[in-house]
Structure formats: C-alpha cells, structure tokens
Ligand binder design. Structure first.
Ligand SMILES: C[S@@+](CC[C@H](N)C(=O)[O-])C[C@H]1O[C@@H](n2cnc3c(N)ncnc32)[C@H](O)[C@@H]1O
Length: 294
C-alpha cells in the first residue's frame, strides 16, 4: 500500500491548506461539478483520483443526491487525506439526507498502471492537480483514462491561473512582491519536477496529452475563482498561510529586502500584518480539460 508520493511532498501536512482552498473554491467548483454531472447517465460512478481533502467530491455527491443518486469513489496515496476526504464527503452528503449516494475510499497510487483494475469502471474520472506530481505525466493521463468505462468522461484540472490576493503596493518593502513570490514558486515547481525519480518531460499541453491517451471530443473550460475585497472571513487566514508557504518555496531566491517584507507581513504583532488588512482578495482560475474514452 502506498504510504508516500513520488514528489517528496508531505501532503498530510497540507491538509489545513487544502481544506481552506476547497472552501474558497466552493462556488466555482460546484458550478463545474454541475456541468460535468449533467453530461452523465443516471446513477453514475464518479472516481476522484488524488482527491486531497475531498472538496470536489462533496460537489459531485451533492449533484448526484439532487438527481437519482450514484457512487463516488475517492482515491489518494496519502492515508490522512483519504480519511479526511471520506469523512467530509460522507458528512456533507448525510447532512443533505437526500438520494442514495454511495461513498467509497481507496488508497491508491496513480503511478501504478494496475490501478484501473482495482477501481470500478467510471462514468466520470476526475483528477485535479495530481498528474503533475507523477514522474511520467503522459503515462498517468493514460492510467486516468483507463479508469473510465468505454464512453466515459475524463476531466483533468491542470494549468489555469495561480491565485492573486495582494495589492501591488503593500506600503512596506518594494512593490510587486506577489509577482516575485509567484516567480519563485514557478522555480520551486521546476525543482519539484526535477526531484522526482525518473521524471519524464511532457513538452506539450494537457489537451494534447488527452488526445495522445486516445480520448476523443477533447475540449477545455475554465472556472473563475473570485472573491473581491474584503472577501469571506476565512480569506485573511488563507492569505497568511499562503504567504508562509510561498516564503518556504522561495528559499534563498528572495532578496534580503523581500525576506524582511515577508517577515513583516507575517508578524501578527507588527503594523504590517497581512492578516489584518481589509484589501485582500482572491482571484484565480482553474482549467478543466475533458475527453471521452471511445
Ligand atoms: C495538489 S493536491 C490536489 C488535491 C485535490 N485533487 C484538489 O484539487 O484540491 C494533490 C493530491 O494528490 C495526491 N497524490 C500525490 N501523488 C499521488 C499519487 N502518486 N497517487 C495518488 N495520489 C497522489 C496527494 O496526496 C494530494 O492529495
């Protein structure tokens, strides 16, 4: 049984952040879930590969409950996240008390080409921001596609636009800090890919990867995540955690001035504490690439 992933990331440690992101994404992703479920036959089976804290599957379960029911299968390689996802989806669904929706949780590694044989054939396979953590992304897209039954839908959330949440001029340090943090994150991402054993380059975009996996009707749509200032109550905490994480990613890529600025933004007792600002917002976009198994 897999107890770790291939990217050397401690995913269990990211649970709180994933949960907070699920809450902030909820409106956008509920709309995406409705659109995907509307294309499925009655009482479908949906498999959520790399389900994380389970946010998207709560939307799937809600949509199924509002129709004639169905099955949601959660799959992840991190036991703590899988347990959380199962609890979250089951709790939210139980709270609604509507149609028959079965929820199953299966510990599994997307790098395992035998994984499709351990899962029920799916009417919809959903894999969000997990394939880019695998050594061979094209092979992983092939495995995702093999989980779909013939005629089934495959939906991959990858790419999109990273979140922005800070004003350009923070009144401390050099303006444009968020641009530099995101550039540092892009460098971290390259290092993360290089750190995966036997990583294989995939020098083309996700729709091409779906096409090469033999899927038809390949198409993409976007989901806008937008909370204008001041945003929901949870936003300030999310931004504090996000900057803390970006500081980790940046390591020594930051100038001494930017390091000092970030320390000031994260000091809850200081005058520049970012968690006390009223001008935070959240703006980003997810891209969902779809295809159908012939
Ligand atoms: C960035 S999170 C995405 C979570 C969720 N799908 C979302 O979009 O919010 C990546 C997830 O993939 C899982 N994961 C990473 N490598 C995996 C692998 N080889 N097989 C299965 N799950 C994996 C992690 O445990 C984590 O839950």
């Amino acid at each position: 049984m897999p107890a770790h992933t291939h990217d050397h990331i401690d995913w269990a440690d990211r649970l709180a952040h994933l949960r907070a992101a699920d809450a902030l994404d909820a409106v956008a992703m509920a709309t995406a879930a409705r659109r995907l479920v509307a294309a499925l036959p009655p009482r479908p089976t949906i498999v959520d590969l790399g389900c994380g804290a389970g946010g998207m599957s709560t939307h799937f379960a809600r949509e199924l409950a509002a129709l004639s029911g169905g099955t949601v299968v959660l799959v992840d390689a991190t036991p703590a996240l899988l347990e959380e996802a199962e609890r979250t989806v089951a709790d939210k669904h139980a709270a609604q008390g509507r149609g028959p929706v079965q929820v199953h949780a299966i510990l599994g590694d997307l790098a395992d080409t035998g994984l499709p044989h351990t899962l029920p054939p799916a009417d919809l396979v959903w894999a969000s921001h997990v394939v880019h953590h695998l050594a061979d992304q094209q092979a992983a897209v092939g495995t995702v596609a093999a989980v779909a039954k013939p005629g089934g839908l495959v939906a991959l959330a990858e790419g999109g636009l990273d979140f922005r949440c800070l004003p350009w001029d923070l009144g401390v340090g050099r303006p444009g800090l968020e641009n530099r943090m995101l550039a540092a994150q892009a460098e971290w991402f390259i290092g993360m890919r290089e750190g995966i054993d036997s990583a294989v380059p995939m020098p083309y975009g996700w729709p091409v990867a779906l096409d090469r996996a033999g899927l038809t009707e390949v198409d993409s749509f976007g989901a806008l995540v937008h909370h204008p200032s001041p945003g929901p109550d949870s936003l300030a905490d999310y931004v504090v955690n996000r900057i803390d994480r970006l500081r980790e990613f940046a390591g020594d890529q930051f100038t001494a001035e930017d390091r000092t600025t970030v320390d000031a933004l994260l000091d809850p007792d200081g005058p520049h504490f970012v968690g006390a600002r009223r001008d935070l917002y959240l703006l980003g976009a997810k891209t969902i690439h779809c295809g159908r198994r012939p």
